[in-house]
Design a protein. Structure first.
Length: 269
């Protein structure tokens, strides 16, 4: 009888594979709508539904281009590590552009209005926290370029985050009165030769971190300039924008170690 059951199970597995049916659950990706101030935003959710229980959630904030394939890929990579990842839509309606002028205008409108920037980031963080697979007590946020600035502002606003990671983001400093409300550990991953972030901005950021007695790290990658994680930017060192595979690989490793520490989770095999 037992041998018959085993044979039946093996046969079922062979049939399932032959028919192309997934025996185990796996990666789920889907669009997620959320709202802020009457506007509709379309994020991108990625998680592995084969994993049991609630897991840490990681918000991903895009570069100034909008929620494009690069941001989606980062969400999927985080999901493969065992997190629930939600890539934000900071412009609304899933707007994406390949025009630097339009990207600069869209990002500039939010950078010039920090209250709106923070509010939109809080809205998508709320959507992540309310995702059924997410443990709302274990949240983090990562961002690239414009997104790096955004996650720092989210931390400065006192959001309920365990940590934030900025990849080649613009650096802002919290106001003195905000220092006591910052709950997140902060990791800044920065190109040592990035011409788009001034020495004055770096100094002001670091001084604020020291005054607040905050848990912060800033890692410099030698020879790297702006946007060093994104292969799509090519290499325009004259403009201070270039993909650097070594810095990209190393910075992602720093982020993984940081998330494991703040969430106290074991590495997936």
């Amino acid at each position: 009888m037992r041998n018959g059951l085993i044979f039946g199970y093996v046969l079922l597995m062979i049939l399932a594979l032959t028919l192309g049916t997934e025996v185990q659950a796996g990666m789920v990706t889907k669009s997620v709508e959320y709202r802020h101030d009457g506007a509709v935003f379309k994020g991108y959710l990625a998680y592995d539904d084969a994993l049991p229980g609630r897991r840490p959630g990681v918000l991903v904030v895009h570069e100034w281009w909008g929620l494009n394939d690069f941001a989606r890929e980062k969400a999927e990579q985080l999901a493969s590590l065992g997190y629930v990842a939600l890539a934000a839509d900071m412009y609304g309606q899933g707007l994406v552009t390949g025009d630097p002028e339009e990207a600069g205008r869209l990002a500039g409108e939010l950078r010039g209005n920090p209250a709106l920037l923070r509010a939109r980031a809080q809205a998508v963080l709320k959507a992540l926290a309310e995702t059924p697979a997410v443990d709302p007590q274990r949240l983090a946020a990562i961002g690239f370029c414009f997104g790096g600035t955004t996650v720092l502002e989210l931390a400065f606003a006192g959001a309920g985050l365990k940590g934030v990671v900025s990849f080649h983001g613009g650096l802002t400093a919290p106001k003195p009165e905000e220092l006591k409300s910052i709950k997140a550990a902060i990791l800044v991953l920065h190109g040592a030769d990035d011409p788009h972030v001034t020495g004055e901005a770096i100094a002001a950021f670091q001084e604020a971190m020291r005054k607040g007695g905050l848990d912060w790290q800033m890692v410099y990658f030698g020879g790297a300039v702006h946007a060093f994680t994104n292969p799509a930017v090519g290499s325009d060192k004259a403009a201070g924008v270039a993909y650097d595979p070594r810095a990209a690989r190393r910075s992602w490793t720093y982020m993984q170690d940081f998330l494991k520490e703040i969430f106290a989770v074991k590495e997936r095999e």
